[in-house]
Design a binder for this molecule. Structure first.
Ligand code: ADP
Length: 448
């Protein structure tokens, strides 16, 4: 096992990794920017090293500075968390060149699954359901038009190297297809240095369901069932839960098994998430694979009892997974609310500033993953999530009531947060009946 790891991240996930490492008897080294100099999580690390000023491009994204810190601090491994460099195959490769273990997949597995065309091919080979569409990068517009005519409009043009929703175009007819493809190719080339694009069927009114998987370096892979992340605004998830309400468990089991088959075939080690859209009939279509720990991993931990961050560290140290698929059981229901420092009544405007009051909720089945506390100053440089409230109940009804109570107890002053909106959603008939799609929240906000 490692004796010392570096955490190339900040905020709640840095604290989450510190907690996991501590239980494994591993020392932690945090790197931080000057904007985070009084970050509360730094106090819990064994060592903290400043790597630059506030802008992430000058600190948390500086591979050279992070590697220097890792060498100075003499660590065995680096945990990238999520965001920043977590899905940067080049960073994983540099770690390997410097004989520092990257806590995540190999650069090869990351690059392959991160290329959406290669990933879709791997999915087809392992019977993971995908959207119908082109099977390779578009070379000739006529070929794309033929595929689009076969699958029927609307179609979506997507970049192989896409991320953050860039390089995507929804197209409703053949006339629009030509210009959409060339503009998406240009945008993808400029944004990702890879202009390859493809098309697939565009699904309206979908739900978002994703499968958590874990793999090791001994050829084992398992899944930890699914999460529903349908409550989103502009592709930003606000509420997640496990298991997904109202889905056919037989269909789910088949898809979850195929997802673990795919990561086994990709020789993937660590935690990954295979994301899907679900149509009105409850059929799954893969969107993409995220090759890192996800923000919403706690709901899976609550219903399976497995500490995903500790498992990631163990498999990176070369240990085999300690569970077989048959050991993984779903217990009860968990819901997570991402608590963002945002004013939901003013276009979700970020709310940096100092917290005077911070009183988190408690009681049975309530978990709060946060680095925030009274006196903490939220810097303006990073994303506005200041914590996550997770509840576990015997069933979904109990979990919703528990979440409503916990949101009522949660006091954060003086800044605005997403709590009042999430509290309202706990009484919303669409949320309660799980009668929703990824645009229901935006429709609801528009109505108000
Ligand atoms: P990115 O990596 O840029 O986030 P994704 O493939 O995850 O790209 O897609 C981002 C979002 O775009 C999805 O969450 C979904 O809302 C929408 N989307 C992508 N593909 C489709 C599709 N085939 N049909 C409907 N919506 C889609």
């Amino acid at each position: 096992m490692f004796s010392r790891i570096l955490i190339a991240n900040r905020g709640e996930i840095a604290l989450r990794i510190i907690r996991a490492a501590r239980e494994l008897g591993i020392e932690t080294v945090c790197v931080y920017s000057t904007a985070d100099a009084d970050g509360p999580w730094l106090k819990y690390a064994d060592e903290a090293i400043c790597i630059g000023p506030g802008p992430a491009t000058e600190s948390y994204l500086r591979i050279d500075r992070i590697i220097s810190a890792a060498e100075v601090a003499n660590v065995d491994a680096i945990h990238p968390g999520y965001g920043f460099l977590a899905e940067n195959a080049h960073f994983a490769e540099i770690c390997r060149d410097c004989h520092i273990e990257f806590i995540g997949p190999s650069p090869e597995a990351m690059a392959m699954l991160g290329d959406k065309i290669a990933c879709k091919k791997m999915a087809r080979d392992t019977k993971v359901p995908v959207f119908p569409g082109s099977e390779s990068a578009i070379e000739e517009i006529e070929d794309a038009a033929k595929v689009a005519a076969e699958i029927g409009y609307p179609v979506i043009v997507k970049a192989a190297a896409g991320g953050g929703g860039r390089g995507m175009r929804i197209v409703h007819n053949e006339g629009a297809l030509r210009s959409a493809i060339s503009s998406a190719q240009q945008e993808a080339q400029a944004a990702f240095g890879n202009g390859a694009v493809y098309i697939e069927k565009f699904l309206e009114n979908a739900r978002h369901v994703e499968i958590q998987v874990l793999g090791d370096r001994h050829g084992n892979a398992i899944h930890l069932f699914e999460r529903d992340c349908t409550t989103q605004r502009r592709h930003q998830k606000l509420i997640e839960e496990s298991p997904a309400p109202g889905i056919d468990p037989k269909k789910r089991d088949v898809v979850a098994k195929s997802a673990s088959d795919m990561i086994r075939k990709a020789k993937y080690s660590g935690a990954a998430t295979v994301e899907f859209l679900l149509d009105g009939k409850g059929d799954f279509y893969m969107l993409e694979v995220n090759t890192r720990i996800q923000v919403e991993h706690p709901v899976t931990e609550m219903v399976t009892g497995i500490d995903i961050v500790k498992e990631m560290i163990r498999v990176s140290a070369g240990e085999p997974l300690r569970f077989k698929q048959r050991d993984i059981k779903l217990n009860g229901h968990a819901i997570e609310c991402r608590i963002n420092a945002e004013d939901t009544e003013r276009g979700f405007m970020p709310q940096p500033g100092t917290l005077t009051t911070f009183v988190p909720p408690g009681g049975p089945g309530v978990r709060v993953d946060t680095h925030a506390r009274a006196g903490y100053r939220i810097p303006p440089n990073y994303d506005s999530m200041i914590g996550k409230l997770i509840v576990h109940g015997a069933d979904r009804t109990e979990a919703i009531r528990r979440m409503a109570g916990a949101l009522d107890e949660f006091i954060i002053e003086p800044i605005k947060t997403t709590i009042p909106l999430q509290r309202k959603l706990m009484d919303n008939p669409n949320f309660i009946k799980a009668d929703f799609d990824i645009h229901y929240l935006e429709r609801l906000l528009k109505k108000e």
